[in-house]
Design a protein around this ligand. Structure first.
Ligand SMILES: Cc1ncc(COP(=O)(O)O)c(C=O)c1O
Length: 385
């Protein structure tokens, strides 16, 4: 079996499973906000996790705010920044590739409050056109309240020039929310060096427990409360902390740090796999082939075939992939992200997404390649290519 949907959700890491098995037998369960010694012990553990996470992420512990994941994190940041935006800053600058959270926050909240959404163009490699963005900001930067452009795309794996965008944002004192959900745990990221104002992490994307995550904020005082309650997370996020989940986040990110070199092995195995498939099927298309992408992400199309048919064929061989992002996997259409890149329907409808992690390598890609070759050959006979 190969589970190749790490961009959708990563299974619990073996180190997290081991940790949890022992942790559950420990008897240390208490409200971390209680003043009795059990509560204080849990709180001490939680703060230790904040230290570990901040050291892996390249930020200070007090810049980490724990929450339930990236949908909450993005909503929290957008609400906070826009609530405090000066009247002359009414533009949100984003991209057509953002995860569905961003457009839905815009539709449900920002538009009603008089903000306008401007989408930066992206090129055929899936990258934001940085020169155009620079020009736009030179003319309109003083009207922009927030830039929201992701670090790595969930479908294509394309890595955006977020450090350059951060420089442009900082030069004009614009807050920059960088959706780092896909990059963290799958690529190298250092919060302080990146220059972004806000970043987010989702536990289920990094092999920790689902329903966990955190925001990193350069200046946490810019955040107001989204979930009201007591003074947890310095009053920025009410509710009893999910301390077990937070502990798994620390274990998972430490695991990533210890095995970061695996990214290089993964990348070279992925490139070999893509070359092999293209060699055997010259019509096959690797989306955004020339762009820098997440080490373990391939979005692969074969004009004329249906992505779901390929997915089902692979599943019959115990290999689990998606046709696009998990949230739009049941829509047999070219995704909005691919449309923005100018990908036509023949290819757009045929794609499957293969996403693996730093624990994978040549062996996994060899199995994938042989399953895919037989799927393409079988479906090719039906569709006569
Ligand atoms: C790029 C990106 N941003 C945000 C999210 C939402 O994350 P969560 O599931 O933690 O709410 C996802 C999840 O698919 C994602 O891929």
């Amino acid at each position: 079996m190969i589970y190749a949907d790490y961009n959708g959700s990563a299974p619990l890491l073996p180190s997290v499973r081991e940790y949890l098995k022992k942790r559950i037998d420990s008897d240390l369960f208490a409200n971390p906000n209680a003043i009795h010694s059990m509560g204080q012990k849990v709180m001490k553990g939680l703060e230790r996790c904040r230290e570990i996470i901040s050291s892996v992420m390249g930020c200070y512990p007090d810049q980490v705010i724990f929450n339930s994941g990236s949908s909450e994190g993005i909503s929290h940041i957008v609400f906070s920044v826009l609530e405090n935006a000066p009247a002359e800053r009414r533009i949100i600058l984003s991209s057509p590739q953002e995860h569905v959270v961003m457009p839905s926050v815009f539709n449900s909240y920002c538009e009603r409050r008089g903000f306008t959404l401007v989408l930066a163009e992206i090129d055929e490699h899936g990258r934001v056109k940085i020169d155009q963005l620079r020009e736009y900001l030179e003319k309109n930067g003083s009207k922009v309240a927030l830039i929201s452009i992701m670090a790595a795309n969930n479908e294509t794996g394309v890595i955006q020039p977020f450090e350059e965008i951060a420089k442009l944002a900082n030069a004009q004192k614009i807050d920059y929310l960088c959706d780092t959900t896909q990059l963290i745990g799958k690529g190298r990221f250092h919060f302080e060096n990146s220059g972004v104002s806000f970043a987010v992490c989702s536990g289920h994307k990094v092999g920790a427990l689902p329903g966990t995550g955190f925001i990193m904020a350069r200046d946490p005082q810019k955040l107001s409360s989204l979930v009201y309650g007591s003074s947890q997370e310095k009053g920025l996020r009410g509710g009893t902390q999910n301390y077990l989940g937070i502990e798994t986040l620390a274990v998972a990110l430490k695991d990533f740090q210890d095995h970061e070199a695996g990214l290089d092995t993964l990348k070279s195995a992925r490139l070999n796999f893509e070359a092999q498939i293209k060699n055997q099927f010259p019509k096959a298309v690797v989306i955004a082939e020339k762009a820098e992408r997440l080490a373990g992400t391939t979005l692969l199309g074969y004009p004329g075939l249906h992505g779901q048919a390929v997915q089902i064929e692979l599943e019959s061989q115990d290999i689990f992939v998606t046709t696009s992002a998990a949230c739009s996997d049941n829509q047999p259409e070219t995704s909005q992200i691919l449309r923005a890149m100018g990908v036509d329907d023949q290819i757009g409808r045929s794609v499957i997404r293969i996403s693996l992690s730093y624990s994978h390598g040549e062996k996994d890609y060899a199995l994938l390649a042989s399953a895919l070759v037989s799927a393409y050959n079988k479906l090719g006979k039906i569709h006569s290519f």
